[in-house]
Design a protein around this ligand. Structure first.
Ligand SMILES: Cc1cc2nc3c(=O)[nH]c(=O)nc-3n(C[C@H](O)[C@H](O)[C@H](O)COP(=O)(O)OP(=O)(O)OC[C@H]3O[C@@H](n4cnc5c(N)ncnc54)[C@H](O)[C@@H]3O)c2cc1C
Length: 444
């Protein structure tokens, strides 16, 4: 029977689901899968993006772990595609590759002041509080008032983690340095800004509702934002999500506020204009009657000593692989990678956020993976013909190069270590942050 030697680069949910779907699919060939991951730990943004106070979502890791533990996938952690292993290497050892490298960078936002030292990307802040090894351990939390730009769930995560009292985060898996940093924060007010109205936000209702349940944090909304135009009224009447969001916001309008020591303000119809380091300036917008908004010419200043932009994530290019600079994705047709001339690149596939762009929930990466895997299976005629398909050959290659790779047993070691660290303090886990420590614990 023919055997498909498949490399998957990126051990986030997209890569792991792709492996699972392929292993369970009906096919006329055997499969052997190697999963390469630049971090010593798998699970991508589920471990390093999903907020630590969302244990239910973090729990998806249990399902992903079952896939890895099925015994049919080898994990090579701490291996960076483009440096430790290249496309030429993969062609020598595999029949095909799926890239599932996701997105970790902030999308750009061009306003004056965005380059000031107290202006931050949400992705960097998230990486800090989720203990990503490649980000500085210290985060400057000196501002009393903070502006957050964005009206999606990441903006809510950032606002919530900034405003929440550190002790309320202690039962979660946050690393010690994060707890200490948040504990010392003098923050009192977080202002969240969106260009459009309450009926156009991208928050999920559950995430929004949770904001109203934070200990000692008032949610503040402004009556002027609720004078709905026709399009908003229709959206509220016809879309259940929007209806719930409107209901939650209106409950907050009716609430007594003023008792809490911290506040999160939601400002709608606010177009970012400038950050000075002391204030955030925005222009008030209004519906343009065509589903968008236009500026009103009225400018307002809000005190803010720090700015966080949560305007989306952006993928990174990979050595030797086509890349769409505008969208931050690998150009593809249903997961089959295409080049500048729109021609299929044989043997190269993409899935997850690097295929589709950084939108959508973890569950969406499953349907993504189904589509891509279908093409891997049907594309047998265009697979590569590797010189050294033996499973041991890639292990030798990494050893020869002196790469300190980790494997699945190593991940079990690290996982067990973190859980034990947590148990000692009555917490679910305490994450190990420095990369060299992660590697040395993994490799015993
Ligand atoms: C802040 C934040 C909060 C979120 N919260 C939720 C939530 O509550 N619920 C929900 O359903 N979804 C949430 N999401 C969305 C969810 O995280 C994504 O849908 C999902 O993680 C995308 O999966 P992916 O596998 O495509 O990418 P990723 O999860 O980013 O995984 C990509 C993997 O590839 C690896 N990689 C990258 N480059 C290389 C390379 N050169 N060599 C080797 N490996 C590489 C990365 O290290 C990473 O492990 C959130 C996202 C963010 C950013």
């Amino acid at each position: 029977m023919t055997k498909l030697r498949l490399a998957i680069v990126g051990a986030g949910p997209a890569g792991i689901y792709a492996a699972d779907i392929l292993l369970k699919s009906e096919r006329q060939f055997d499969v052997s899968i190697d999963l390469f991951e630049q971090l010593p730990a798998p699970y991508g943004l589920v471990r390093y993006g999903v907020a630590p106070d969302h244990p239910r979502i973090k729990g998806i890791i249990n399902a992903l772990r079952d896939v890895l533990d099925s015994g049919q996938i080898r994990l090579f952690g701490n291996v960076y595609f483009g440096r430790d292993i290249t496309l030429d290497d993969l062609k020598k050892h595999y029949n095909a590759v799926i890239f599932s490298t996701g997105a970790i960078r902030d999308a750009p936002l061009e306003i004056p002041g965005v380059d000031l030292p107290t202006s931050y990307g949400a992705a960097d802040f998230v990486s800090w509080y989720d203990g990503h090894p490649d980000f500085p351990r210290e985060w400057p939390l000196e501002a009393r008032e903070v502006a957050v730009i964005g009206n999606g769930n990441v903006a809510l995560d950032v606002a919530r983690i900034l405003a929440k009292h550190a002790d309320d985060l202690l039962p979660t898996e946050i690393p010690d340095n994060v707890y200490q940093g948040l504990k010392a924060s003098p923050i009192t007010d977080v202002h969240v800004f969106g260009r459009r109205g309450p009926a156009q936000v991208k928050f999920s209702p559950l995430e929004l509702r949770e904001m109203g349940e934070l200990n000692d944090v008032d949610m503040i909304v402004y009556d002027e934002d609720f004078d709905y135009d026709e399009a908003s009224k229709i959206a509220i009447a016809t879309n259940k999500q929007v209806m719930v969001i409107d209901k939650v916001l209106n409950q907050w309008r009716a609430r007594e506020v003023g008792a809490a020591s911290r506040r999160i303000h939601l400002h709608f119809y606010a177009n970012p204009v400038e950050f000075t380091g002391e204030t955030f300036r925005y222009e008030r917008t209004e519906p343009d009657g065509e589903g968008g908004v236009r500026g009103t010419g009225e400018f307002r200043d809000v005190p803010a000593q720090a700015l966080y932009r949560a305007v989306g994530y952006f993928g990174s290019p990979l050595e030797g692989i086509p890349f769409d600079d505008r969208r931050g994705v690998i150009p593809n047709r249903e997961g089959q990678v295409i080049d500048d001339d729109d021609e299929l690149v044989h043997g190269v596939y993409a899935t997850g956020w690097i295929k589709r762009g950084p939108v959508g929930l973890i569950g969406h990466t499953k349907s993504d993976a189904m589509e891509t895997v279908k093409h891997v299976i049907n594309g047998q005629a265009s697979w590569w013909s590797p010189e050294s398909p033996e499973e041991e050959s890639v292990v030798e290659l990494l050893r020869e190069r002196g790469i300190q790779f980790t494997n699945l047993d190593g991940w079990h070691n690290l996982d067990g270590y973190e859980i034990a660290l947590g148990a000692a303090e009555g917490r679910t886990r305490v994450k190990v942050v420095p990369r060299d420590e992660m590697v040395s614990i993994s490799n015993g």
